[in-house]
Design a binder for this molecule. Structure first.
Ligand code: AMP
Ligand code: ZN
Length: 465
């Protein structure tokens, strides 16, 4: 079966192909007014899985992600702290990039800041004005959605009864009441602004994405993605702006990640029910555990965040790491491997087909864990053939080029007590089966991670260096 994605625009699951093999993809990035929470990172982790799978399927990527470094909240906070916009947002942009690195999120080919594209945005607004899509009110410029008859096509809403001329200054508003949205905002007293031929002011949120996406990726994107809350109004407004500017479809595929929930509610700053990555790491969890948890549920399913879920993610990673270590260190018998090689090829096929099916990560994981369970049983019985070890490791490699959780974090990523004990158990197993070279390798590996083993009459004791 071919690679296929669910397209919000058509409500269909469609085969994904790209003309020249390069995927032009735009994803909405963070607003850097504060630390991102792990709900935000669910969307960013989805972008990462999408990127990696496209590449594993042979595509090249040109992925642009914006950094919203000017908006109401940023201005309010920067003014309150008497900082310039740049000084204020630099703190949270840096924190965001650090968190992304900890979560092993690949960097998009281009990360672009809204404030570095103000002249381009002003020019786009001027063009929309020239084509009569806009009107002015109190120094601000609004987009008149009545001028764009297809308004509502992404969110599948019928806005034919909407009130003409009703407008809104803020960037988020209720769907039932679609309104003209702001393209250029006149400054209030004491607010920073840019001087352009539109008059003093700053861009609204929506225009930055249209302008930067078209500037770097062309009139029609292959994929535009974001969190589900962006469908309306943000992406609806992006379509209205972009298609009015170019006369062409703005994106072929629209993909949206469902929410991370806490007790059934969206994790969000405004509800106060959020954790930042830093909050979670401070409790002793590893960043790859958070990554695994966020990636393990298919992106179109809501994911309820619990600490139990985080603990079972840690256990799953541990099981896979131990399995990999076993493959690398145990001595397997020379015996016919044909059936096992077939079993391994089947596991990889199931893994690949699950991901081709709209990135069904849960099913892909199930294929890997079933394989691990079966082969562990064979290893226990001494029936796992030596020639199957490399192909099994190759399967884990493929798994890890997507999930990226098998290597412990290098810096500050000390092994947890459970991880150390699991390795000791594997080493004991190796000693029992007289695989002393394997046992020594584990001792050495632990030593390199700062853990010293002492063999005593009562078993193994360990301590950190
Ligand atoms: P923001 O920094 O508020 O502009 O949001 C950045 C991204 O996080 C957007 O794509 C949002 O859709 C997404 N997002 C916000 N809250 C959640 C959540 N609880 N679960 C998943 N994604 C979210
Ligand atoms: Zn956007």
């Amino acid at each position: 079966m071919a690679l296929r994605f669910s397209n919000t625009l058509t409500h269909q699951t469609e085969e994904f192909v790209s003309g020249d093999n390069t995927v032009r993809m735009y994803t909405c990035g963070p607003t850097v007014y504060s630390y991102a929470h792990i709900g935000n990172f669910r969307s960013f982790t989805f972008y990462d899985i999408l990127r990696r799978w496209l590449r594993l399927r042979g595509f090249k990527l040109d992925h642009v992600m914006n950094i919203t470094d000017v908006d109401d909240k940023i201005i309010r906070n920067a003014v309150a702290e008497k900082k310039s916009l740049v000084d204020y947002t630099a703190i949270y942009e840096k924190a965001f990039l650090e968190d992304c690195a900890a979560l092993r999120l690949e960097r998009p080919e281009r990360l672009v800041r809204a404030t570095e594209h103000i002249p381009e945005m002003a020019a786009a607004i001027r063009k929309l004005a020239d084509h009569s899509y806009t009107y002015r009110s109190d120094g601000s410029i609004y987009y008149s959605i009545a001028k764009f008859p297809e308004y509502g096509k992404l969110s599948h809403s019928d806005f034919s009864g909407m009130r003409s001329g009703a407008r809104v200054d803020v960037d988020e508003y209720e769907k039932a009441d679609a309104r003209d949205f702001v393209l250029w905002k006149a400054p209030k007293d004491g607010e920073p602004f840019w001087d352009t031929d539109l008059g003093p002011g700053r861009p609204g949120w929506h225009i930055e994405c249209s302008v930067m996406a078209i500037q770097y990726l062309g009139d029609t994107l292959d994929i535009h993605a974001g969190g589900i809350d962006l469908v309306f109004p943000h992406h609806e407004n992006e379509i209205a702006q972009s298609e009015a500017l170019t006369g062409k479809p703005f994106a072929r595929f629209w993909m949206h990640a469902e929410f991370l929930l806490v007790e059934g509610q969206k994790m969000s700053k405004s509800l106060g029910n959020f954790f930042t990555l830093r909050d979670i790491l401070a409790q002793g969890y590893q960043p790859e555990t958070v990554r695994y948890l966020l990636a393990s549920v298919p992106y179109r399913k809501a994911l309820n965040f619990t600490f139990d879920g985080l603990k079972s993610a840690a256990t799953s990673i541990e099981r896979l790491r131990n399995y990999k270590l076993r493959l690398e260190t145990a001595r397997f018998l020379e015996q016919p491997a044909g059936a096992m090689l077939e079993r391994t090829a089947l596991a990889q096929k199931e893994f690949d087909e699950s991901l081709d099916d709209d990135l069904n990560t849960a099913q892909a994981l199930a294929a890997v864990f079933e394989y691990v369970r079966e082969t562990n049983t064979l290893m226990d019985a001494g029936e796992f053939p030596a020639a199957a070890a490399q192909p099994a490791l190759a399967l884990l490699d493929r798994f890890d080029s997507l999930f990226d959780v098998l290597h412990p974090a290098a810096k500050g990523g000390a092994l947890s007590d459970q991880e150390i004990e699991a390795r000791i158990a594997t080493r004991n197993q190796a000693k029992k089966s007289k695989d002393f070279a394997g046992a020594d390798r584990i001792r050495q590996e632990l030593l390199e991670q700062g853990v010293i083993l002492e063999d005593t009459r009562d078993g193994v004791r360990w301590k950190r260096k």
